[in-house]
Design a protein around this ligand. Sequence first.
Ligand SMILES: [Zn+2]
Length: 290
Amino acid sequence: MGEIWIKEAEQLGDGSIGGAMDSPSSPGRVVWHTTESGHGDVSFTNVGDYLRSIGAEPHILYDPTTDRLGQYGPLNQSARALKNDGISRTNRTGRVCIQIEVLARASKPFTGYWKPGKNFQALMRAIRSWGVPDVFPAGALASSYGDTRASRSRTTWATKGGHYGHSNVPGNDHWDPGAIDKSALFAAAPVETPKVSLKHILAARTADRPAPDGHTTYPAEVKLVEAALKAEGFLAATYASDGSWGTRTDAAYDRFRREVLKLTGTDATGAPGLTSLKALAARHNFAVIA
Ligand SMILES: [Zn+2]
């Protein structure tokens, strides 16, 4: 389960804008819009009220010049800024369909002058918490009305998770958010590499093994190591995510040292060391601190 309400966002309206998703087993997605208005606090209030008055609320209202962030409804329910594609309810496609109205104009791409800050990073954190990948599966965004380089493929929309412009949604004809710099969105909210402390791992190993099954000490860090051992094929999926460093985790770690690092004897057994943990980390995108 991802983030439903972004704690950094101010709530707009009564918090209820939509309902359950139609295809919750399809991957999550984001749709970028522009309000075709100016920015600043007066626009934030006026446009925010207007969207509510016409029943076209997105989930999120964002000011790219002040980093102000508002949220109308829960991210795991539908919003109202898209037209249906025939009988297909585009607002309700996917695990989530997070719609963002940016106070800007499609004709003047906001990534050219915006000042994203902490709130934008919070927004991206919430988006990623739903497993939405940092990609635009439909490719190009429209740079003008009717720009046919912007795909509105029904197959892509139905099956691919990621970010879309309103200009990529089937059954719709708007061309917002314009030709924004797609990579700038992700670059403005870099993903921090998760860290695992060797000291914590050793403490977890000492405390968890003699305790009843499922005992945890530093579950978040142990989970990262378990996920890596699972990806290496040394830990069965059933045991991979409990965050408890038990005897099976021990055995899997020993196999990693023997079979991948080619260590032998006492080097391949017992408590993990800094060298082997760093070697595992380098293969699975986490960092190790002593
Ligand atoms: Zn739109």
